[in-house]
Design a protein around this ligand. Structure first.
Ligand SMILES: Cc1ncc(COP(=O)(O)O)c(C=O)c1O
Length: 411
């Protein structure tokens, strides 16, 4: 259309968002949930959260903070007592850490965005280990980065990383590696020797490691018992190996270990030299996490250890219960993963997992997430969050059997 074209004046272009934003993938989990609208009785196992409320001692701390007037802006990096409490918590799990390395964020997803904003820009090359919770892959794309993926392999021993393939993908000039361990959706946990190899390689090439460790406490140590026989309190972390002042940014959250999904509170461990810049980014994103929520966070990290241990014990029992129940279903191939709170398994029809999950919610009210929601490498699988009581898991398995029997009869 030329400037002289009269239509030019009367047909302004459609007010679109930027191309990078329009190209983002919408959530397929949402798509399945939408297919369930109008179905009265859905058993939802599709989202990554427990069916239990946040423990009372944390809710009480928030109420007390509100009653005490904690309603104002705080420092961009978080209130000093919470940063100190987090430094102690991280230090106890992963070795000495000071408050200067801690920034409080508005939950894990905001921490991931901030980490990406800190280090990647348009045209940068990012590598991510997949299948993966879609937010990690999509966030760098918002900033104009290219994301390449290295897929885990599924076999007899469950999900495994081909470390040589990952190192080969981390070519010089790569800006950032994204690793989520324990992993959503597979429950895969990166081994210590793999972390060591990745860290050495990334050090050599100046590649940033962004480690999403929001499930670090949801670790069922039977896959790798500690030398002293005591159950490990946390999955292997890059923080165990890296110094606090190198190119490693660790993202964490209150959502999973203390059941605080709706509170939107998380944190970042990063080199102290980044903190001024991180503070600016927080200022321009959210300015700070809510003051009374931060106060509740102090209660969680300082008093929450018995709760978290019991939670992990219960989740492990739920995992084992569901693995056992699903293994009795013909055509289902399921293994117990060492971390997180999901089973990611194959079943008849899962090669078209989105259609399968929509049909299951419509026909029998069973809500699970399609593997394809976690990238093309997830196709062929479905994800089931087992963070609920075993009676509900049993009811879900009955529905799965019902669906498969019906699908079989229809063939
Ligand atoms: C791998 C992973 N990282 C980060 C998050 C962020 O959680 P939140 O934003 O609730 O802290 C989630 C949530 O499910 C997740 O699965």
């Amino acid at each position: 259309m030329s400037e002289s074209d009269p239509h030019h004046l009367h047909q302004p272009s459609v007010p679109n968002a930027r191309d990078a934003v329009r190209a983002l993938r919408p959530s397929q989990i949402r798509e399945v949930a939408n297919a369930g609208f109008g179905v009265d009785d859905v058993l939802p196992f599709w989202f990554g959260e427990s069916d239990r409320v946040t423990p009372a001692f944390i809710r009480d701390a928030a109420s007390a903070a509100l009653a005490g007037g904690a309603t104002f802006y705080t420092h961009n990096l978080g209130i000093a007592p919470l940063r100190a409490a987090l430094a102690d918590y991280v230090g106890e799990l992963h070795g000495a850490t000071s408050s200067d390395h801690i920034a409080v964020t508005s939950a894990g997803v905001n921490a991931l965005m901030l980490a990406a904003q800190l280090v990647v820009g348009a045209g940068d090359r990012v590598v991510a280990v997949t299948p993966l919770w879609p937010n990690l892959v999509e966030i760098p794309k918002i900033l104009g980065a290219h994301v390449e993926t290295v897929a885990l392999d599924y076999g007899e021993r469950g999900w495994q990383l081909d470390i040589e393939r990952l190192l080969a993908a981390l070519t010089p000039g790569t800006r950032m590696l994204l690793v989520n361990s324990p992993n959503n959706p597979t429950g895969w946990v990166m081994r210590r020797d793999e972390q060591r190899a990745v860290l050495a390689h990334c050090r050599r090439h100046g590649i940033w490691i962004v480690a999403d460790e929001v499930y670090e406490r949801l670790y069922y140590a039977d896959a790798a018992p500690a030398a002293n026989g005591v159950a490990a309190r946390t999955a292997p972390s890059f923080l165990d190996l890296a110094s606090r002042d190198e190119r490693v940014i660790c993202v964490n959250s209150f959502s999973k270990a203390w059941l605080m999904t709706g509170w939107r509170l998380g944190w970042i461990v990063a080199p102290s030299v980044l903190m001024d810049d991180l503070g600016k980014l927080i200022e321009y994103n959210t300015s700070c996490a809510p003051a009374f929520v931060q106060q509740a966070g102090i209660a969680a990290v300082q008093q929450g250890e018995p709760f978290t241990r019991e939670l992990v014990h219960d989740l492990k029992a739920s995992r084992d219960h569901l693995v056992h129940a699903l293994s009795t279903v013909p055509g289902v191939d399921v293994k117990a993963p060492p971390g997180a709170m999901y089973l990611f398994f194959s079943m008849p029809g899962a090669t078209r997992s989105l259609e399968l999950c929509k049909a299951m919610v419509r026909e029998v009210g069973l809500g699970v997430a399609p593997g394809s929601a976690f990238g093309p490498q997830g196709e062929g699988f479905v994800r089931w969050c087992y963070a609920c009581d075993t009676a509900r898991l049993d009811a879900g398995v009955e529905r799965l059997k019902q669906f498969l029997a019906h699908a079989g009869a229809a063939r």
